[in-house]
Design a protein around this ligand. Structure first.
Ligand SMILES: Cc1ncc(COP(=O)(O)O)c(C=O)c1O
Length: 423
């Protein structure tokens, strides 16, 4: 029997109850509301915990930007960069594909109703049981870069659509993935021969120029290598139909140096010049979609004054750190920039009068909350004097941050408040 309108509404309410609230306010207004809601006089625990504000509208703007700059290339979001449920929901709903690295990433994406065809299992060395799971779920596209993997795939998923990941020059990237993955060009013929002998279905070629790529021409060079791999495959009787140009695209935060537009201006025409329209072209961007969408706010929980030779310096301790969301400093080679949000309960910018704009600042270091001295977020920030209870915020904290955070020393991961600034 169909549900009555009332029952439908009830069902919808229950579904929505599981979803976090999404504000419709600018990020700074959400931060202010959160900070205002915390009274230093209250004793409820954890109210001053560090928190993220995630702007789902910013993720959507990045999607529109991609479509306008690289219309031929279909992004498969690299969920490893930020598996935030709201980000994944949005990107699933607007029809993106997903690059998954493990069974649980595949599960998360399938649970959002994404069809298996919209997933590439882009990890060249996969656990056997995960390949079996991919086979059960018909997640057919998967990468390989070695013969052993081909034998494993033959055994566990003989009908898989395998994609050869080739090695590219990633010397201009912050994270050089080629140290671990990618078949050198000279091994391409023998790998393809193995695939042929095993009667596997090789559908395409992929590469990754390295995460945090600083040189747009690295994409051009990689596309040319992929073309060579296609030619070798075609001369051996394969008919490839998929080119996967990987990740490595900069986030929206980059103001100078490499930008997404610079990459698109090289990558788009190079792909068009070397790959006919019947070849489907996909990419695996991670950082690009999420970096600029997340801002984290940390609370000053302690201060030490250091008498240096000619000046007073300060050491500040905040309540998220290197073992938490700021692990990106270590693992992702990211630079993070502290900015003062509030002092003495007042918004920092608002406390400055025009004449005070050149307020005295001091060399300050900022440290996370654990007892480890590696837990340092900034060594030489220039900041005004801060006190316990003041807030410091950090923008562009959406990629490879909370997803890799640990609970070392018993600190919890920072919660996320959502907003949508897309109009
Ligand atoms: C196979 C693969 N694809 C895509 C990505 C995403 O890279 P980025 O966030 O630089 O776009 C990574 C990152 O490690 C990766 O390993």
């Amino acid at each position: 029997m169909p549900l009555s309108l009332k029952q439908q509404q009830h069902q919808q309410q229950q579904l929505n109850a599981d979803l976090p609230v999404i504000h419709n306010l600018p990020v700074h207004d959400v931060i202010q509301q959160k900070v205002d809601s915390i009274s230093a006089l209250k004793w409820e625990s954890d109210q001053e915990d560090a928190f993220f504000v995630a702007d789902i509208g910013e993720v959507y703007r990045q999607h529109l930007r991609w479509k306008s700059q690289l219309p031929r290339i279909e992004p498969f979001f690299a969920i490893k960069s930020n598996p935030d449920p709201m980000v994944v929901k949005l990107l699933a709903a607007i029809g993106l594909g997903f690059d998954c690295a493990s069974k649980s990433e595949i599960q998360q994406v399938l649970a959002e109703g994404v069809e298996p065809e919209r997933i590439i299992y882009a990890n060249p060395c996969k656990q056997a049981s995960f390949i079996r799971y991919a086979a059960q779920q018909n997640v057919a596209k998967m990468t390989f870069d070695n013969a052993e993997e081909l034998h494993k795939i033959k055994l566990l998923y003989p009908n898989a659509e395998v994609v050869l990941r080739i090695l590219t020059d990633d010397s201009a990237s912050l994270c050089q993935l080629g140290l671990k993955f990618g078949a050198p060009m000279e091994s391409v013929p023998s790998l393809l021969q193995t695939a042929k002998d095993l009667d596997l279905n090789v559908v395409g070629v992929s590469f990754h120029v390295g995460s945090g790529c600083q040189d747009e021409y690295a994409f051009e060079d990689a596309v040319l290598r992929a073309r060579k791999a296609f030619d070798i495959a075609e001369s051996m009787g394969f008919s490839l139909s998929l080119l996967d140009v990987g990740g490595g695209f900069p986030g929206a935060d980059v103001k100078d140096g490499i930008t997404f537009e610079k990459v698109a201006a090289i990558l788009g025409p190079t792909v068009d010049a070397h790959f006919p329209p019947h070849v489907r072209v996909i990419a695996e961007p991670g950082r690009y979609f999420v970096a600029s969408a997340f801002t984290i706010c940390t609370h000053v929980i302690g201060r030490r004054t250091v008498k240096a030779e000619n000046e007073t310096q300060y050491m500040y301790y905040v309540n998220d750190g290197m073992y938490g969301s700021f692990n990106c400093i270590l693992f992702d080679h990211q630079e993070v920039y502290p900015r003062v949000w509030s002092r003495g309960g007042k918004k920092y910018a608002a406390t400055l009068k025009a004449t005070e704009e050149e307020e005295e600042t001091f060399t300050s270091s900022i440290w996370g909350p654990t007892c480890d001295s590696i837990d340092c977020l900034a060594t030489e920030a220039k900041l005004p004097v801060l006190e316990d209870g003041d807030w410091i915020y950090w923008e562009n904290m959406g990629a490879y941050t909370n997803c890799a955070a640990s609970k070392f020393n018993g600190f919890k991961r920072s919660d996320i408040t959502y907003t949508n600034t897309f109009e």
